[in-house]
Ligand binder design. Structure first.
Ligand code: NAP
Length: 245
C-alpha cells in the first residue's frame, strides 16, 4: 500500500476535496462514514481518476464502542496507515442550544466521537514514531456566538484536544495539524443566511493536503480567516454580547 490515509467523514464535501488531493499525490485511501452507498461511489470515482487503491467502510462517530475494532479493520485492510484526516462534522439546528437532545448529538459527533477515534489513532502512530493527524475544527470554535454556540463549543473543545495531542505526540515525531476553515460551500452551509467569503471545498481540500509540506500547527483556511478571527476574538465582551452574530 502507498502511504495510506484514512479519511473520516469522507462523504463531506471538504473531505472529498481532501481525498482527491491526497489521491493526486499517489496516496491510497480508506474512506469512512455512515453512508456506504455514497462511499462506494466516491471510492470507484477516486480509483478511476487517480489509479490509487481506495477502500471504504462504516464509521459512526457516535458509536465510540466500535472505534477500536474499526481502526484494527482499517489497519489490516490497508497494511498500516501513514495518516488520518478527521472531517466528521454535524452543525445541527441552531435551536440545538435550547434542546439538549440535539445539542448532545452535536457534541457527540464533533467532539466525543473525535476524541475517541483520534485517541485510538494516536496510540497506533505514537510507537511507530511517524504519521500525521489532521483534525478539521472550525473558526466557529474561536468565540461563542448566539447563532451556533453548541457547535462552536464542540469545535473549540476539539481544537484544545488537538493542541494537547500535538504536545503529547511531538516527542514521537507524529504531526498533529489543526485546520480551521471559514465558510465553505457544502451541504452543511447550504441555505444558511449571512455567509460571506465562501470558499470552494475543492480548494480547501487541496490546501489541507498542502499543510503537510508546511510547518504550521494551526491553519486557518483560507488564511485571511486568521485575521478576521483575530479581530473577532479581540472585541471586548461588553460590546460582543450586544452584537447579533
Ligand atoms: N462547511 C463549512 O463552512 C465548514 C466551516 C468550518 C468547518 N467545517 C468543518 O469541516 C468538516 C467538513 O464539513 P463539510 O461542510 O464538508 O460537511 P458536510 O458536507 O456536512 O459533511 C459532514 C460529514 O460528517 C459526517 N458525519 C456527521 N455525523 C457523523 C457521525 N455521527 N459519524 C460519522 N460521520 C458523521 C458525514 O458523513 P455521513 O453522513 O455520510 O455519515 C459527512 O461526511 C466538518 O468537520 C465541519 O464541521 C465546515
Amino acid at each position: 500500500m502507498n502511504q495510506p490515509v484514512l479519511i473520516l467523514g469522507a462523504t463531506s464535501a471538504i473531505a472529498r476535496g481532501t481525498a482527491a488531493a491526497f489521491a493526486r499525490r499517489g496516496h491510497d485511501l480508506y474512506l469512512a462514514s455512515r453512508d456506504l452507498d455514497e462511499l462506494q461511489r466516491s471510492a470507484a470515482d477516486l480509483h478511476l481518476r487517480y489509479g490509487v487503491t481506495v477502500r471504504y467502510g462504516l464509521f459512526d462517530a457516535e458509536d465510540t464502542a466500535s472505534h477500536p475494532a474499526f481502526l484494527q479493520q482499517v489497519l489490516a485492510e490497508m497494511h498500516g496507515l501513514s495518516g488520518v484526516v478527521l472531517a466528521v462534522g454535524f452543525l445541527g439546528d441552531p435551536l440545538a442550544a435550547r434542546d439538549f437532545k440535539v445539542g448532545a448529538k452535536v457534541i457527540a459527533a464533533n467532539f466525543t466521537g473525535a476524541v475517541s477515534i483520534l485517541s485510538e489513532c494516536a496510540s497506533y502512530f505514537e510507537p511507530q514514531k511517524r504519521g500525521f493527524i489532521i483534525g478539521i475544527t472550525s473558526v466557529a470554535g474561536d468565540r461563542g456566538r448566539q447563532s451556533n454556540y453548541v457547535y462552536g463549543a464542540a469545535k473549540g473543545a476539539l481544537s484544545l484536544f488537538l493542541q494537547g495531542l500535538r504536545n503529547r505526540l511531538y516527542a514521537s515525531g507524529v504531526r498533529v495539524i489543526t485546520v480551521k476553515p471559514g465558510f465553505v460551500d457544502t451541504a452543511m452551509t447550504f441555505g444558511l443566511p449571512g455567509l460571506f467569503l465562501v470558499a470552494s471545498p475543492q480548494d480547501i481540500g487541496e490546501r489541507i493536503a498542502r499543510t503537510l509540506h508546511k510547518s504550521a500547527d494551526v491553519v486557518y483556511l483560507p488564511g485571511f480567516w486568521r485575521f478576521i478571527m483575530l479581530i473577532i476574538k479581540h472585541v471586548p465582551e461588553p460590546i460582543f454580547k450586544r452584537m447579533k452574530m
